[in-house]
Design a protein around this ligand. Structure first.
Ligand code: ADP
Ligand code: MG
Length: 600
């Protein structure tokens, strides 16, 4: 018997406890949820044959649970017509039936990694057994992430997918559908669920183990950062470069990373054992070097190091603190009530820099807002690249300070506050800056990349600073900035569609939110999840009392406890197959870019 999930219907708030990752199908969300049939696989196939030629809507009669012996197939939502989004299904079995070793599903981390592995395995099985394109599953990138496409608990494994139910015009192609459900779908599912059965190839089980171990080692590496008080780690031998600007595949023949002796540290991981590499300590780290020598590649690997990577990626042992944030300029973005006064004062139009709002921020104001917002969300580490920055926000050299008097220039550049941000506020920075030496005074360490090799040039930089001194202005970081308190806007969002498109865009009510500058969103499924999360926050939660970090913490608790389905359980049941867990801080970044944000 496959255990049934908790049938209780929940709202976003007032949520009762449920096992993490268990999704709920047996529940009902009111009158819109049709009666569920049940039967055997043969009965389903017979029923499909009999539906041949009938009106497309008759497919709805198949909603229910179908027992295939090796697994149970749920038909959860049937598309209204052949052109609508495909129908939603799930397959469920037990770890025991699969022969999943219990020591691979003992912890929540292990279960996330096993589920991620099974999503990838299912995709390969579909390509092999159901290549026609009728069966669909989410695409995955190289990051190991929590996904609604598969959930694993100690007594239940569930895969979710979509099927395009076949039609000729608007009538059912019953015999074609019967083949899909007699062969394609069950073959692909059995192949996936057998990946780790006792009689499956040993190499599958080894691959699964390696996947889980990669995830656990990355988590352990992130824990080692916290323990040792580091902000990032890049292991010797890591392959950081990607094969192209539009690919996340490792570059063949890339020069493996090697840490400078002076900064090399050692950690012991549960599976890899002793690992050596560059440990970045807190404070201000400046990455310098000639153009095309690998500076942005190093920073890019660190920014992705907030996530674990699949074995073979090259970046498995690159880690940054989980809430490290890449900030960049994004002219044109919306900003709502952000205190940008550490960077910008007396704006030319006389508006208030302590509550700066704009429908169309400039390069410098957008990056100033992004930094303050990240600090508000309690990031421990900012990642900044000159390539994607507003130069005038980062630095202003001596000549320019002379030419444009301070009271005419509204911008206090980051260079004047970066030290107090690190040492006063506790927010470290790793910044790529090849074009100016002005940061050398305030750097705690300077890394130089030379033909992809990394050197510690901190001492050399000190000598340069001594030989060519400049007047340094070290301004404090204001410690009394209060976090903003968002207001719910039911009516604005409620009843409107929530949708995501690719990585970069989501739609909320009648608003489009552009996320193209939120670089650490790495899969479209995260964007889709963020769309749901924003809707939840804005519909129900934002009461004007909790501030932004508190709201996100509450949401995080719900997601940790109840899984991704918590977001879609209110309203009509959705059976989402494509949700991927985003970071708390990226949900916050999206809210910050929403043009309908109101503050208490
Ligand atoms: P920079 O930011 O210093 O100008 P990039 O990081 O953009 O340089 O790297 C320039 C080029 O070198 C890119 O095409 C990148 O893929 C490649 N590259 C970076 N690191 C390595 C490496 N370790 N081995 C081989 N190629 C690399
Ligand atoms: Mg660069």
């Amino acid at each position: 018997m496959i255990p049934k999930p908790d049938p209780t219907h929940h709202r976003f708030t007032n949520y009762s406890s449920n096992n993490r990752g268990v999704s709920s199908h047996a529940g009902h969300a009111g009158k819109d949820i049709p009666y569920r049939r049940s039967g055997t696989d043969e009965e389903l196939v017979d029923a499909l044959d009999q539906l041949d030629g009938r009106n497309y809507s008759s497919y709805k009669s198949l909603i229910g649970d179908w027992n295939y012996l090796d697994f149970e197939l749920g038909i959860d939502r049937v598309q209204a017509d052949p052109f609508a989004p495909p129908s939603a299904l799930h397959a469920v079995t037990t770890p025991k039936k699969m022969g999943l070793p219990l020591d691979l599903i003992a912890t929540p981390d292990q279960r996330v990694a096993v589920a991620d592995f099974l999503v990838r395995a299912f995709r390969r099985s579909i390509e092999r057994y159901a290549p026609g394109g009728a069966v669909r599953i989410a695409r995955t990138g190289p990051e190991i992430l929590e996904r609604s496409a598969c959930t694993v608990t100690q007594d239940r494994v569930e895969l979710r997918f979509q099927v395009q139910l076949p039609a000729r015009n608007r009538s059912i192609l019953g015999h074609t559908a019967a083949t899909i459900f007699d062969k394609d779908v069950p073959d692909a599912i059995v192949d996936t669920f057998e990946v780790v059965s006792p009689d499956a190839e040993e190499s599958y089980l080894e691959a699964l183990r390696a996947h889980v171990h990669a995830y656990e080692d990355h988590k352990a590496l992130q824990a080692a950062l916290e323990e040792n008080g580091w902000v990032a780690f890049v292991a010797d031998g890591a392959v950081l470069a990607r094969s192209s600007g539009v690919s996340q595949k490792p570059l063949e023949g890339a020069v493996p990373f090697e840490s400078p002796d002076s900064l090399r540290r050692e950690v012991t991981l549960p599976h890899r054992g002793v690992v050596r590499g560059l440990a970045v300590e807190p404070g201000v780290t400046v990455i310098v070097g000639g153009g095309y020598h690998g500076k942005s590649t190093l920073l890019g690997a660190i920014q992705r190091g907030v996530y674990a990577h699949v074995p073979g990626d090259g970046r498995e042992l690159v880690a940054a603190l989980p809430e490290a944030v890449k900030v960049r300029a994004a002219d044109g973005r919306a900003v709502t009530g952000v205190d940008v006064s550490p960077f910008i004062t007396h704006l030319p139009d006389g508006s208030d820099a302590t509550a700066f709002s704009s429908e169309n921020a400039s390069g410098s104001t957008s990056q100033a807002a992004a930094i303050v917002e990240a600090v508000e969300l309690q990031t421990p580490l900012l990642l900044i690249d000159e390539d994607t920055s507003a130069t005038n926000l980062l630095i202003r050299d001596a000549r320019m300070r002379m030419l444009v008097e301070a009271d005419k220039e509204p911008i206090t550049p980051l260079v004047d506050r970066i030290a107090s941000l690190a040492h006063g506020k506790g927010v470290s920075t790793i910044i790529v800056m090849g074009g100016s030496g002005d940061l050398l005074d305030v750097a705690d360490r300077v890394l130089m990349l030379d033909t992809y090799r990394c050197f510690d040039v901190t001492e050399r930089a000190r000598r340069v600073v001594a030989e060519q001194p400049r007047e340094i202005l070290e301004l404090p970081w204001p410690l009394d900035q209060a976090p903003r308190r968002p207001l719910r806007d039911a009516g604005q969002v409620e009843g409107h569609k929530t949708k995501a498109s690719g990585l970069d865009k989501l739609f909320l009510g009648d608003q489009t939110v552009d996320l193209s500058d939120v670089e650490q969103i790495v899969e479209p499924g995260q964007t889709e999840t963020i769309a749901w999360a924003l809707r939840g926050l804005l519909d129900y939660v934002g009461d004007g009392r909790s501030n932004l970090p508190q709201l996100l913490d509450q949401l995080e608790e719900i997601l940790d406890r109840d899984g991704l389905d918590a977001l879609t359980r209110y309203g009509l049941r959705q059976y989402p197959a494509f949700l991927v867990r985003p970071r708390r801080i990226d949900i916050g970044a999206a809210l910050n870019r929403y043009r309908g944000l109101y503050l208490a």
